[in-house]
Design a protein around this ligand. Structure first.
Ligand code: UFG
Length: 344
């Protein structure tokens, strides 16, 4: 596999699992993270799980004052490629502060592209999202589905995808993959790294987990009148370790390309579960009560979305293996062993 990899956002939830996966395959890593939504302890835990060559530079890709440092560090590292996960990701905040989202998410990407150009390393795997799809696509949604993100956060993902395609089109030395994640959940089976949300979680799994550990009293189920099998929203939950393997597989694929490319690839399981099914599975895994009540629909939510995962299988020979039971058991192990995340 590609050996020297820059990982932006490597201290975050998905990034930390990607780092463990790559280190365990013998890669050397340069992590660029401003630690705005992550904790330095994550890097210690990564090293504990997968001892190897990892260095963190605490710099902000979106801050012009940090750009020279970043470009020099990347050049000196002599990377073979990069995985770009750094960025803002809160949907509600993006609606309130769209300019900040465009500035930070697009600006950070441009700085990384410049640093990789300077280092003569033009392989890039970008952390995109299934949120780029509109709500009119039939399920399972393939990469040719219509894109129409419902909020500025989702539009930053789509615009970055387009930017990378333009860059690859203009210079055939660039090889890029936009990985469209469905709903990443779970944690490393060791319970040492996992999702550590700031404040009240927006997403279903971290919320359920905090209810199970008694940090929150009750979960609101957003809508039970969708045209789905039990009326609640259906999503394609994917274990974060399967997702991390997908990044390694994408790098391996880019490594083998002899000409430029710019691809979109879904990372999902191909199976959807409803909110009520996810709650029931978490209850079984944790053996805890998960009190919930039905609340109004959340604005911008689609009824149902799950992936057509064939392209990843065909191109990367990758597929997700882990079950909903494993996602819940691993998420619960992390949450119960670290009730306050990395501060525990
Ligand atoms: N849900 C609840 N209660 C909650 C939180 C969520 O009922 O407290 C429901 C939602 O309505 C939805 C399902 O649980 O039906 C999943 O919601 P999440 O917030 O966990 O995930 P989303 O599918 O809304 O969004 C996720 C990521 C986004 C990403 C998107 C891509 O959070 O960052 O997937 O589709 F863009």
């Amino acid at each position: 596999m590609t050996k020297r990899i820059v990982v932006t956002g490597g201290a975050g939830y998905i990034g930390s699992h990607v780092c463990v996966e790559l280190l365990s395959r013998g890669a050397a890593l340069l992590v660029i993270d401003n630690l705005a939504n992550s904790h330095p302890e994550a890097i210690n835990r990564i090293s504990e799980l997968a001892p190897g060559d990892i260095r963190l530079i605490e710099r902000d890709l979106a801050n012009p004052a940090h750009k020279d440092d970043i470009v020099s560090a990347v050049r000196e590292f002599h990377p073979d490629g990069a995985i770009h996960l750094a960025g803002l990701k809160a949907v509600g905040e993006s609606v309130a502060e769209p300019a900040m989202y465009y500035r930070i998410n697009l600006g950070a990407t441009l700085t990384l592209v410049e640093a990789l150009e300077a280092a003569n390393a033009r392989s890039l795997v970008f952390s995109s999202s299934a949120t780029v799809y509109g709500d009119e696509n039939a399920n399972p949604v393939s990469e040719t589905g219509r894109t129409a993100p419902a909020n500025p956060y989702g539009r930053t993902k789509l615009f970055i995808e387009e930017m990378l395609k333009d860059i690859a089109r203009a210079d055939s030395r660039w090889r890029t993959v936009n990985l469209r994640y469905f709903n990443p959940v779970g944690a490393h089976p060791s319970g040492r790294i996992g999702e550590d949300p700031n404040g009240i979680p927006n997403n279903l799994f971290p919320f359920i987990a905090q209810v199970a550990v008694c940090k929150r009293k009750t979960l609101s189920v957003f809508g039970d009148d969708y045209p789905t099998r039990d009326g609640t929203g259906v999503r394609d939950y994917i274990h974060v370790c399967d997702l991390a393997r997908g990044h390694a597989a994408a790098l391996d694929y880019l490594d083998k390309q002899t000409t430029g490319c710019a691809l979109d690839v879904n990372l999902g399981t191909g199976t959807g579960y409803s909110v009520l099914e996810a709650i029931a599975a978490f209850k079984r895994a944790s053996n805890r009560d998960i009190p919930f009540s039905i609340a109004p629909r959340r604005e911008g939510d689609v009824a149902e979305i799950y992936a057509d995962a064939d392209r990843a299988k065909k191109l990367f020979d990758w597929r997700a293996d882990k079950s909903l039971e494993a996602m819940c058991a691993d998420h619960w192990r992390w949450q119960s062993q670290n009730p306050d995340g990395y501060k525990s």
